[in-house]
Design a protein around this ligand. Structure first.
Ligand code: FE2
Length: 387
């Protein structure tokens, strides 16, 4: 079946052209970038060790009993512009425990860096966002920050962080985390996009949320004709803020012959949540090679994927044998090409994983790889007996 792609950025000077995108993405919510991603996990100390060892994150900051926090412990890890927080509760009951019990380890917060957190809260809640945190001032000897927050899909939240008057290591309440164990970074630079899986027929609801409540514009959509194999199917739309720094693709399952990977996620996560975090690198071969050496498991792509690669994507700078050796996928669009690879789930439930992406001009999301990729995921599902 013919793939119908609606890449709205390629329709310049039309109703949906790029100018329209930037007109559409209103500036009532100016976003400077991703501030941090916080995961609620069962054992932050050990998770932190994994992200340092396997992903090359650096010890950055810490909060817990030693810093006067009694109900939780949080480790902040950093690699270039990426900040991860790993948080585990210290108490018997509470919202973090409930989150972990229901969802397993997973993303709770996609924090966004803003100039004005009170305005971000007001502008989004008056457009219908469900409040998570009223604008709150936190301070210590290094200044103050203002934080506010709203819910997005599932129990996931966006926290707006205003930090222009703060120069501490991370946020008030955190101290520098000094460690004698500092594995080298693997070249991860920044978060390229974060993908949400939502339930049946909910994709448009959440795209509408990002459009109306947060002023985002839709830049790409795929339907089940584009993204389907013999067994699995999904639909996806990519929402972007006005400056393009924040991109949130939203997936929903579509009818297939067997259970789709999105359904499997929804079942094990018990609802909507973050499916993957895509992180950018300048050298995917080196990054993936280092991560493999440190024990990260990637999806396996059959060697046959590379047989007609150059016919499909044309000239590329990389050595195809090197790409094949690491199972790196390549896709081309009108603006260039991209290289990408997906880890297996990094948690016990078949839920959250990471994508490693290197963009060489292309601003799309690897549509040409979806079929090869999904067949690889189905092989994993087959092994789990959840297909
Ligand atoms: Fe992705």
């Amino acid at each position: 079946m013919a793939a119908e792609i609606k890449d709205l950025r390629n329709l310049q000077n039309t109703e949906y052209g790029i100018k329209k995108l930037f007109d559409d993405a209103e500036d009532f919510l100016p976003l400077l970038g991703t501030d941090y991603v916080e995961l609620y996990v069962g054992n932050a100390k050990q998770s932190a060790h994994f992200y340092k060892t396997a992903f090359g994150f650096q010890s950055e900051a810490y909060a817990g009993l030693e810093t006067g926090v009694n109900d939780r412990v949080s480790y902040v890890l950093k690699q270039d512009k990426i900040r991860l927080i790993l948080t585990t509760p210290l108490e018997e009951n509470g919202v973090i425990n409930e989150h972990i019990n229901k969802h397993g380890d997973g993303v709770k917060v996609m924090a966004l860096w803003v100039e004005d957190a009170a305005s971000a809260f007001e502008e989004t809640t008056k457009r219908g966002a469900k409040p998570f945190m009223e604008p709150t001032r936190e301070e210590d000897g290094n200044g103050h920050v203002i934080k506010s927050g709203i819910y997005t899909y599932g129990e996931t939240v966006h926290i707006f962080v205003e930090r222009k008057d703060y120069n501490g290591v991370f946020l008030p309440g955190y101290k520098k985390w000094e460690s004698h164990y500092n594995p080298e970074p693997v070249g991860l630079k920044f978060i390229d996009h974060m993908v949400g899986n939502v339930g049946w027929n909910e994709m448009n609801t959440w795209c509408k949320f990002y459009a109306e409540v947060m002023g985002f514009a839709q830049i790409i959509s795929f339907d089940d004709k584009d993204i389907s194999t013999d067994y699995t199917a999904l639909m996806s739309k990519v929402m972007s803020n006005g400056n393009g720094r924040i991109k949130f693709p939203i997936n929903e399952p579509a009818e297939g012959k067997k259970k789709s990977q999105i359904e499997e996620y929804l079942e094990f996560y018990n609802g909507a949540g973050v499916q993957h975090i895509a992180v950018a690198t300048d050298n995917i071969v080196e990054t993936v090679s280092a991560m493999r050496d440190r024990g990260v498991e990637f999806l396996y792509v059959p060697d046959t994927y590379y047989d007609d690669l150059l016919d499909r994507v044309g000239e590329i700078d990389e050595d195809v044998e090197e790409l094949k050796k690491h199972g790196i996928l390549i896709d081309r669009d009108d603006e260039g090409y991209l290289l990408q690879l997906f880890t297996k789930p990094v948690v016990d439930r078949p839920t959250m994983f990471f994508e490693i992406i290197q963009r060489k001009g292309a601003q799309s999301f690897g549509k040409g790889n979806f079929k090869a990729l999904f067949e690889a995921i189905e092989r994993e599902q087959e092994n789990r007996g959840t297909l």
